[in-house]
Design a protein around this ligand. Structure first.
Ligand code: AHR
Length: 511
């Protein structure tokens, strides 16, 4: 085998642990993410568990989904949690920030049928940890603290715990992850960093502490801004004294591959469009590094970790799966490769990133699933989540790839792109390796060498398609799906050829 790429992997006892939470999710009351996507209602003919779409529950369990961020997004800063408790028929109909942008004729209101109890039911059914975003935009510290009490106080303590029990859940919800607002520089209140820092201090002082110990997440920058929004990061930390910074466990970074103001199409593109989207996804790495460095100026020990709680592709409107499916996009093989390179970046920065949440899991921007009535399909993105599962909780190994850079077309003329992207980790005597070949022209023959030890068994899976814009639809749900890929293993050497435009995952048994 003439190797086009030489890859050396060094397992490291001191490698950072890849938090399983990097493979996390985000679901918001937006378009049909919740209603029709996840929530079909208790009396629906669509198979469901207590109103929650059964297929969704089964697939999320299969992925070992680590967490779910809810209720927003922008929606969170207009959401009052009390509207979503008590008898469903008595819940108020309220204003939904997102639904208000639907065309006339569609229902713009929020029914509040899906509230905290329904959300917690979903978490328990799938095994996900809840990550709640508190309303800082139109709420108060009291409303926030009451929500914490309602969720976490044991029965026999405060009255709110008795109220939770009367509403069906005696056992506390045990919520650990709390986001204090969302995009407070935009839909969360259009604040400057100093204003938000003041509110953050007010919201977290007197935070009621029950089990589990809270993990508090502050609003961070719009990372995909041209200047990466470094000013927000320095402005926020500048306005926090050291004792307050100690109470910022996580710092949220949003990074969208934002093509909204372009003519890019989700489902029809040329080579420049293919490479531009993947290259923009890779830019996350620089954004992570820059903010991490800026944070280190205030927090040398790096107590505060990054939470990339919104990431994904965002194309211009016009290709929604249905008129009321606000922000939904039919994702293609290109987006699968974008997912893979993003995960490789997150894995490689495992020491900095405590959590990441794809935006959003179903019927939205970077979704794993499409659902409409009784129709349901997994997108190519779903398969990448599945193929990367081996990294969850693994120890990051050092991966050196030697392969030439490629000259690729771009909307801004020719540019260069790394020949391959990848990451590797070890866990329980196994090694997981993931590699992406973005080339639209060439397969890459790889010779992988373990710098220490041997492998006794190897299994490889590939996700690719002859058509770079291939997608899964309700009628052809398996158009893009993984397949086994031939691989040979001899002692500490592994040989595998990555087809063009492909994502490959490799599992080795070590020793
Ligand atoms: O994911 C869609 C929206 O994008 C979220 O509500 C908001 O936080 C972000 O701007």
């Amino acid at each position: 085998l003439a190797a086009d790429a030489d890859i050396e992997i060094t397992p490291r006892a001191d490698g950072d642990t890849i938090s399983p939470h990097i493979y996390g999710h985000f679901i918001e009351h937006l378009g049909t993410v919740i209603y029709d996507g996840i929530w079909v209602g208790r009396n629906s003919k669509i198979p469901n568990v207590d109103g929650i779409r059964l297929k969704f529950v089964e697939d999320m369990k299969r992925l070992a989904v680590p967490n779910l961020r809810w209720p927003g997004g922008c929606f969170a800063d207009g959401y009052h949690w009390r509207d979503g408790i008590g008898s469903a028929s008595a819940r108020p109909r309220t204003y939904n920030y997102w639904q208000a942008s639907l065309p006339p004729g569609f229902d713009h209101t929020e029914t509040n049928e899906f509230g905290i109890h329904e959300f917690m039911r979903l978490c328990r059914l799938t095994g996900a940890e809840p990550y709640l975003a508190a309303n800082v935009g139109s709420g108060s510290p009291k409303e926030f603290h009451d929500w914490v009490l309602y969720c976490n106080a044991p029965v026999g303590t405060v009255s709110l715990a008795a109220e939770r029990a009367a509403n069906g859940d005696k056992a506390p919800f045990g919520v650990k992850w709390w986001g204090v607002g969302n995009e407070s520089w935009g839909c969360g209140g259009a604040m400057n960093p100093g204003e938000y820092a003041t509110l953050y201090r007010r919201f977290i002082t007197q935070f009621p502490v029950y089990e589990p110990k809270p993990y508090l997440v502050a609003v961070g920058p719009r990372g995909h801004s041209k200047d990466m929004d470094i000013g927000w990061t320095t402005g926020f930390f500048e306005n926090m004294l050291p004792q307050h910074r100690a109470k910022v466990d996580g710092y949220s970074l949003h990074f969208y591959t934002d093509f909204r103001n372009t003519r890019e199409k989700v489902g029809q593109f040329d080579a420049a469009g293919w490479y531009d989207v993947i290259r923009e996804g890779l830019r996350t790495e620089e954004v992570i590094d820059k903010h991490w460095t800026a944070m280190g100026a205030y927090d040398k020990a790096h107590h505060t970790k990054l939470i990339v709680d919104e990431w994904g592709v965002w194309y211009p409107p016009g290709e929604e799966t249905a008129p009321n499916h606000l922000l939904s996009q039919p994702l293609t093989l290109r987006d699968a490769l974008h997912t893979a390179v993003s995960f490789d970046v997150f894995n490689r920065h495992a020491g900095k990133i405590a959590m990441a949440n794809v935006a959003q899991t179903i019927n939205c921007l970077h979704s794993l699933f499409l659902a409409q009535g009784d129709r349901y399909a997994r997108t190519p993105v779903y398969h990448v989540f599945d193929m990367y599962r081996g990294h969850m909780g693994g120890r990051l190994a050092q991966l050196n790839i030697r392969t030439p850079e490629r000259k690729v077309p771009s909307r801004n003329g020719a540019v260069t792109l790394a020949g391959l992207s990848g990451s590797a980790s070890t866990k329980d005597g196994r090694m997981s390796i993931t590699l992406t070949n973005p080339s639209l022209d060439d397969a890459v023959a790889c010779r992988i060498r373990l710098s220490a030890g041997t492998a006794s068994e190897a299994r490889a899976t590939v996700l690719t398609h002859a058509d770079k814009a291939a997608r899964n639809t309700f009628d052809r749900p398996d158009e893009v799906k993984p397949a086994a890929l031939p691989i040979t293993v001899r002692g500490g050497s592994v040989e595998v050829t990555l087809p063009k435009q492909s994502v490959v995952s490799i599992e080795l048994r070590l020793g």
